[in-house]
Design a protein around this ligand. Structure first.
Ligand SMILES: [Zn+2]
Length: 114
């Protein structure tokens, strides 16, 4: 499922998560739109502190076509500027899936202890 965002009927600004009132024009009427793709603006790596767990994950700040920034869990390491497909995961988090391209982290999703 794509990510449902709010669009203010008055000024067309997009919001996620949903709001009761537009932060730009204070209007209270919104439409809903589905966002399917975005572009990665920045990425951070998440590692656990447990010595027996070398796994890691990635969080990405992504920008939609209409300049809405969302925080998404990324399926693998990518470079900023890469296009991703967005979905809402079963736990409600936004998941981003990279579309092709090389993995700048070497494609090792288990990580290696440094
Ligand atoms: Zn507005």
């Amino acid at each position: 499922m794509s990510v449902a965002v709010q669009i203010c009927r008055s000024c067309r600004t997009q919001f996620f998560p949903p709001r009761l009132r537009c932060a730009c024009c204070q209007a209270c009427a919104f439409d809903e739109a589905l966002v399917r793709t975005a572009v990665i603006e920045d990425i951070t790596t998440i590692r656990t502190r447990r010595p027996d767990d070398a796994s890691r994950g990635y969080l990405a700040l992504v920008v939609t076509e209409r300049n809405l920034r969302l925080l998404a869990r990324l399926d693998r390491c990518c470079s900023p500027g890469a296009q991703v497909r967005l979905q809402v995961a079963a736990d409600g988090a936004i998941a981003a899936f990279a579309e092709g391209g090389a993995d700048p982290c070497g494609g090792d999703d288990g990580g290696s202890p440094a």
